[in-house]
Ligand binder design. Structure first.
Ligand code: ATP
Length: 237
């Protein structure tokens, strides 16, 4: 059976004021796929993710999610429909662990939210042990775990993540990848913007973003066969 296209972006152009950042982006994420969007600082990754979520308006082009055109939808409507977004900062530091999860799952009914937070505390026991601690009291790595739990609290179909590795030690990067692998095996669909090629371990497909344009789109294996990409992203001669 052919996998359903969960997210489809066609011809996306966007920017800030008069400055255009994205130039005709086409991108698709299929159901249960993990797609990594690889790009250097300033390539436009955050802008693209925010445009997909409706946090930055698209100047031109269309975004479709679960078969519906959502280009003009407000962000909260997209989230209710099943999108979740984890920004680089990921959590509200002045709120407790529990409050962060309740905000992440705010569109669920009371009983569904209780069930979901229970599941998440079972997956992240370190969070469950300290529900009333402020997020600001957590280490960088634990905060990132809370960010993932918060983004997943609403039980989304698609998790869109902006640089989950930012500010993390290599050990925690490994831990984040391990946790995402777990959710992926339970059927979660992921779109992850990263500079860290370690995340390609998770990827079914890769897009590279260069100066606001898609450079390469394909499998990780195809990327490895391309010498120019290998030099640019893996530092190989
Ligand atoms: P990073 O890894 O640094 O977050 P990125 O690939 O996510 O990089 P963006 O944050 O999308 O890139 O930035 C793309 C371009 O848009 C950059 O030139 C940046 O300076 C510019 N830009 C980003 N946010 C704004 C804003 N709010 N107003 C004006 N320009 C912006």
């Amino acid at each position: 059976m052919k996998a359903e296209t969960l997210l489809l972006a066609v011809g996306i152009e966007a920017g800030y004021g008069r400055v255009q950042v994205l130039w005709g982006i086409d991108l698709a994420v299929l159901e249960r796929e993990t797609v990594v969007l690889l790009g250097a600082n300033g390539a436009g990754k955050t802008t693209l993710l925010k445009t997909l979520l409706g946090l930055v308006p698209a100047w031109r082009g269309a975004v479709r999610f679960l078969g519906e055109e959502v280009t003009a939808w407000r962000t909260d409507h997209r989230v209710r429909r099943g999108m979740a977004y984890m920004s680089e900062t990921a959590v509200f530091p002045g709120m407790t662990i529990e409050e962060n999860l309740l905000i992440g799952g705010q569109f669920l009914s009371g009983s569904a939210l209780r069930r979901r937070t229970g599941e998440l505390y079972a997956i992240f026991p370190a969070l469950g042990e300290r529900k009333r601690a402020l997020a600001s009291s957590l280490s960088g790595g634990q905060r990132k775990m809370l960010g993932i739990a918060k983004a997943l609290a609403g039980d989304p179909r698609l998790l869109v993540m902006d640089e989950p590795s930012a500010g993390l030690s290599p050990l925690f990067v490994k831990e984040v990848i391990r946790v995402l692998e777990q959710f992926r095996s339970r059927g979660l669909t992921l779109l992850v913007a990263e500079q860290n090629v370690k995340f390609l371990e998770l990827a079914d497909r890769v897009y590279t973003l260069e100066g606001g344009r898609i450079g390469f789109a394909g499998t990780v294996a195809a990327m490895h066969e391309n010498d120019a990409l290998k030099r640019a992203y893996f530092g190989l001669k």
